[in-house]
Design a protein around this ligand. Sequence first.
Ligand SMILES: CC(C)(COP(=O)(O)OP(=O)(O)OC[C@H]1O[C@@H](n2cnc3c(N)ncnc32)[C@H](O)[C@@H]1OP(=O)(O)O)[C@@H](O)C(=O)NCCC(=O)NCCS
Length: 185
Amino acid sequence: MRQHDAAPAAPFTLRLAQVDDISAIEWLDAFGTSPHRAISRDVDKYFGSVDPSVHERNLIFLAELAPQMATDAPFRVVGKAELLLAPTMLISDVGYIKRVVVHPHWRKHGLARAVLEYVVQQAPLLGVRSLDLHVWEGNAAAVKLYESLGFALRHRELYLRLPLAATAEAAVVPTAERAAPDEHA
Ligand SMILES: CC(C)(COP(=O)(O)OP(=O)(O)OC[C@H]1O[C@@H](n2cnc3c(N)ncnc32)[C@H](O)[C@@H]1OP(=O)(O)O)[C@@H](O)C(=O)NCCC(=O)NCCS
């Protein structure tokens, strides 16, 4: 556990999440931009003793309000960032940052910056030599945050979608009964 020491508007501590934090993490996730996940169904990946040589690991770094901070919120954990580590057998030294979120009430208090600086400090101790992340370019707050920490653009991606006409016939024909493309050739 690390005490934030830069005289922030909201004093908080930074620490790694434990199993007891699952409810707080799920609550906080609801204020983020990432899709829903059932963390309690995947506890081993987050908190278990999985073999790191063959399993990816997901470490969750939290910002927790200091005890003297009064809050009506159900949890004192109000900011987080997650670090995904590839299985060591893949010989990857790139960590992936995801699910960065701060509770709306506590934004602009330096929490996201502090959590990410904590990740940046801890990641080399885990064998990570660089950090990647994706962010929607319209998310000005997040882009500014990441750039201010030194993240630089590697490439832009296009997000494509093909709308499919859902027909009753398509829904009932099992995949196995469909003709393979080369049977029509
Ligand atoms: C993006 C987010 C995590 C920032 O959290 P935060 O705790 O408010 O950020 P901080 O207070 O640590 O701000 C750090 C820097 O980020 C940038 N920033 C944060 N909020 C900003 C805003 N609303 N507008 C512009 N820049 C902003 C600034 O550069 C800021 O530094 P500064 O205060 O010295 O100018 C928060 O707004 C959030 O949870 N958003 C919803 C979830 C999300 O979009 N997550 C990122 C997904 S990729």
